[in-house]
Design a protein around this ligand. Structure first.
Ligand code: COA
Length: 327
């Protein structure tokens, strides 16, 4: 199946960075009443990387970005747009993007901002960067997903602390080599669902001055939303273009839970191996999860020139989004 036209901008390079510290399920079983067996059976997670004392969202983002720039062979001076997707910024202000700009030595002509769409953040940022490049006002964009989720967890709450990890992934977007490029994106959000997944405190709301500053989640409701929303967004990207799920060489989904990934595979009637998964080694790294997975998929030889690749995510908001890319 061919597409009528390829877009003018493509992912030119990928990079990722995770903290060195590996924390296994058995390690967490020393903190909360859980077990390796429970976590693996319900989520597929075996271990995650957690930030050490020197690790920051900015540091992880900058490390992933350096690797993506090297992979793309693009000089940092050519980057005129930088978007960092994160819900765990180092500071309320300035934006993490400004700190990353300094760390990378990007020029003063680079537009820098953060974007928060929680775990859907990278797909939102990719869509935003693509639109800004297509406007003709920018030429090369660095799009980063970076999180220090460990800073937003209640380490006494077994229903959430076992699920998340820290890390960063980045891509460089620029003029597409012939035949490759972003084909389509789709974003959305469901009103009235914010209480299903949130950090209630730490913001400016006068309504919740003492609310906890860590993640609260209604896991079962989020699970059902995730499967339905990701199945729908995949179909919405494929069907209008005369494409079937079987035309997709690799799906790189948000890495929250292996059972969610397998459920989407069943809905789309695709074999499990058509989905890239590294949730077993990283847990849910929120906005970092797709670019981190994309980078590992590339290094594992799973992304071949001309392949149709589908990125799909869900997250707090509740938000959802997908991107169809000709590699
Ligand atoms: N270890 C051991 N037991 C645990 C546990 C843990 N870490 N966490 C919860 N449990 C217990 C619960 O307390 C409950 O016990 P009870 O039956 O005595 O009340 C039991 O396990 C079942 O809990 P339940 O919430 O029904 O499990 P589940 O099958 O729905 O799995 C999730 C829980 C969180 C793994 C699952 O709902 C999920 O993945 N949801 C999506 C979350 C997500 O992706 N969030 C990120 C969005 S970007």
């Amino acid at each position: 199946m061919s597409l009528s036209s390829a877009s003018a901008f493509a992912i030119l390079g990928t990079g990722s960075l995770a903290p060195d510290r590996v924390v296994t399920n058995d390690d967490l079983a020393k903190l909360v009443n859980t077990s390796d067996e429970w976590i693996q059976t319900r989520t597929g997670i075996r271990e995650r990387r957690l930030a050490g004392p020197g690790d920051t969202t900015t540091g992880l983002a900058a490390g992933a970005a350096r690797a993506a720039l090297a992979d793309a062979g693009i000089d940092p001076a050519a980057i005129d747009l930088l978007i960092v997707a994160t819900c765990t910024p180092d500071l309320p202000m300035p934006a993490t993007a400004s700190l990353v700009q300094t760390a990378l030595g990007l020029p003063s002509t680079t537009a820098c901002f953060d974007l928060n769409a929680a775990c859907t953040g990278f797909v939102y940022a990719l869509d935003t960067a693509w639109a800004l490049l297509a406007s003709g006002r920018y030429r090369h964009a660095l799009v980063i997903g970076a999180e220090k989720m460990s800073s937003a967890l209640d380490w006494t709450d077994r229903t959430t602390c076992v699920l998340f990890g820290d890390g960063a992934g980045a891509v460089v977007l620029g003029p597409a080599p012939a035949g490759s490029g972003i084909v389509a994106t789709k974003l959305g959000a469901i009103p009235g669902t914010s209480e299903l997944l949130l950090i209630p405190g730490g913001g400016s709301s006068p309504l919740a001055p003492d609310a906890p500053r860590h993640i609260k989640m209604k896991g079962k409701e989020v699970f059902k939303f995730a499967v339905r929303a990701m199945d729908e967004v995949c179909r919405d990207l494929l069907t209008p273009r005369g494409l079937a799920p079987t035309d997709v060489a690799l799906v790189v989904p948000h890495q929250a839970n292996l059972r969610i990934i397998h459920a989407i595979a069943e809905y789309l009637e695709l074999p499990h191996d058509r989905f890239f998964a590294n949730v077993d080694r990283y847990g849910n790294t929120s906005a970092a999860s797709i670019p981190l997975a994309l980078d590992e998929a590339g290094k594992a030889g799973r992304l071949r020139r001309g392949d149709l690749v589908l990125l799909v995510a869900f997250g707090a908001g509740l938000t959802y989004g997908g991107a169809l890319v000709r590699w």
